[in-house]
Design a protein around this ligand. Structure first.
Ligand SMILES: [Zn+2]
Length: 426
């Protein structure tokens, strides 16, 4: 009997698309049962399935030529295998894609977490930096204040010394003058002649007054009132001392603070903003580099006036007397001494038609008799712009409308006051 694939498959209980492995497994299972050595074995059946198995193995290995039906079965199997392969490939590709998507999502999450952490770290760094900068500014301010106080103390001490110096010189002159007067009185009493007295008047004390003042030599370090003052320069010394005091005082090396008034218009008052101001300040003389050379264009002042523009940011809610400080924009310090600051004293302009009370504004609204009686709406101009006001029926003179948030901002703008309108009927 010629075996066919279908017959063999039926005997072994496998499908035409079964693999060699599956066929072998099926054969072993049945052969174990049918083996003639076993009780209940069936030699015929065993032979039959062994033949079918051998045929199928030969067929699967290509040793038996495929008939038209077998070829079709083989094609079916090939197609099925191809489909299965394609399906497996597709499933694998899908799995790979899903895996990729999961990985991308993971990466994105990690990236987002890292970005968040970095942002927080950056914010933390910025906060720390700001704190450090603030501390540094405070330290610099304290150092500057100290330097200024020290310099002031030094100038005052110098002034005292020089004044004492000049004062003592003056006292000496006065003493001498007094002695001279006494001498004159004594002479008069002794009945000396006028001629003799006029000769005596040529004494050194009177001579000094006539002498023109000469620039100081090296007497700046001479001890104050130490011994007799060198002849012919007592008044000179006095004048010179005072002059030196004046000049040194003008050569205060530490920059002074300067205050300026800054008018604040309505817009700046309500919203705050930035303004550019032209200010005149004393800067170090560029010609003598602040050394105060008497022959310099600055005539020894060490500073010259310069025109500068400064940018200032004014917060909303300025009050009369609010102060802004522009560091280092006052008088320039000399020889590395700190610059003074510029203080801007804010002066908000009055708001026409309104009176302020803290953050609140008080004004009036004029209604016609008819509008007050019947009610309706009226447009009113407020500092922040035009608003429509709802007027209830039977409004009376003296009634007050309260408009929340239409008042003045607090300094810095965190809060807003209210605006009150009292009714006037005309
Ligand atoms: Zn100069």
């Amino acid at each position: 009997m010629a075996l066919t694939e279908a017959h063999c498959c039926r005997l072994l209980g496998v499908s035409a698309a079964s693999t060699l492995e599956e066929t072998r497994a099926a054969y072993r299972h049945i052969a174990r049962r049918m083996h003639p050595d076993r009780a209940g074995g069936d030699a015929e059946a065993f032979k039959e399935i062994t033949a079918a198995y051998n045929w199928l193995v030969a067929r699967r290995s290509g040793k038996v030529a495929a008939g038209p039906r077998a070829a079709r079965t083989a094609r079916t199997r090939t197609t099925a295998e191809r489909r299965a392969r394609a399906r497996r490939a597709w499933e694998q590709a899908k799995a790979r894609e899903a895996q990729k998507a999961r990985e991308a999502a993971d990466r994105a999450r990690v990236d987002a977490e890292r970005a968040k952490a970095e942002t927080e770290a950056a914010a933390e760094r910025l906060r720390a930096q700001a704190a450090r900068a603030k501390a540094a500014r405070q330290r610099a301010r304290a150092a500057k204040r100290k330097a200024r106080e020290a310099e002031r103390a030094r100038v005052e001490t110098r002034w005292d010394e020089e004044f004492t110096d000049a004062w003592e010189a003056w006292c000496k002159t006065a003493e001498r003058y007094h002695a001279q007067r006494e001498q004159q009185s004594a002479d008069a009493a002794a009945g000396r002649s006028r001629a003799e007295r006029s000769e005596r008047a040529e004494a050194p004390g009177a001579d000094e007054e006539a002498k023109p003042w000469t620039p100081p030599a090296a007497d700046a370090d001479a001890p104050a009132g130490g011994g007799e003052p060198s002849g012919g320069s007592i008044f000179g010394r006095l004048r010179q001392g005072l002059r030196r005091v004046a000049r040194k005082a003008s050569l205060d090396r530490v920059g002074q603070d300067v205050s300026l008034r800054l008018p604040v218009d309505l817009d700046l008052l309500l919203k705050g903003g930035t303004r550019t101001l032209g200010v005149t300040r004393s800067a170090a003389c560029p010609s003598c580099a602040g050394s105060g050379d008497e022959h310099c264009v600055c005539r020894g002042a060490g500073r010259v006036k310069v025109r500068e523009t400064v940018k200032v940011t004014v917060p909303p809610g300025a009050r009369s007397g609010s102060k802004l400080r522009l560091e280092g924009k006052g008088t320039a310090g000399l020889d590395g001494a700190p610059d003074g600051d510029l203080f801007l004293l804010l002066e908000p302009e009055a708001i026409p038609g309104f009176r302020s009370e803290g953050l609140d504004l008080h004004g009036q609204v004029t209604l016609s008799r008819r509008l007050a009686g019947d009610g309706g709406t009226v447009a009113v101009e407020l500092p922040r712009g035009r608003v429509k006001l709802k007027v209830p029926r039977s409004s009376r003179a003296g009634d007050t409308f309260r408009l929340r948030g239409q008042g003045l901002p607090s300094w810095g703008g965190a809060e807003q006051g209210d605006l009150f309108l009292s009714v006037v009927i005309r």
